[in-house]
Write a protein that binds this ligand. Sequence first.
Ligand SMILES: Cc1cc2nc3c(=O)[nH]c(=O)nc-3n(C[C@H](O)[C@H](O)[C@H](O)COP(=O)(O)O)c2cc1C
Length: 167
Amino acid sequence: MSNSIAALFQRLTQGVYVVGVAHGETRNAFTAAWVMQISFDPLLLALSINPRHSSYGLLKQSGAFSVNVLKKSQTELAAHFGRPAHAEKLAATEWTPGRADTPLLRDALAWFECEVVGEHLAGDHILVLGKVIDGRLLDSDAEPMAYRETGAMDGASVLFPERFGDA
Ligand SMILES: Cc1cc2nc3c(=O)[nH]c(=O)nc-3n(C[C@H](O)[C@H](O)[C@H](O)COP(=O)(O)O)c2cc1C
């Protein structure tokens, strides 16, 4: 693993987030590492999402998503929301609906709420551009979780090729 492409990519510094989506009475959330700011004016975030996730359908229908920043200590939450959708996924966590109705986790370090303003196919994922319409820093003393701290939680190592040029 130490010389693998998976290990190399783990050195890209990324945070860990719970992305919330909602459409009508249906809500869901999933763990994501591929989130970043991409503009000041307007304030834009980019999210890379696998279109096979059930959350993608809800995001597409509603045109909105939330980004909940996880704290270093919240590895259980990262693992919980990293599992595929089931009816109870949000039931174990306290949350409130935001302006665009997306779930905002009460125990997050911070949250952002975004309106979708664009989408681009990016290989096996979709790059979703979101205009930030609201946000709050809930715990200014907490350290944000880094993706590397999640270890093998997402099972991503098997998705990397053995050598460059293989994929
Ligand atoms: C640490 C971690 C990071 C992840 N990052 C992403 C990501 O950036 N984009 C993505 O589409 N899925 C990512 N996933 C995978 C989803 O969280 C996972 O497939 C989830 O089951 C999708 O939920 P859903 O089917 O309820 O929508 C990540 C999982 C983990 C554990």
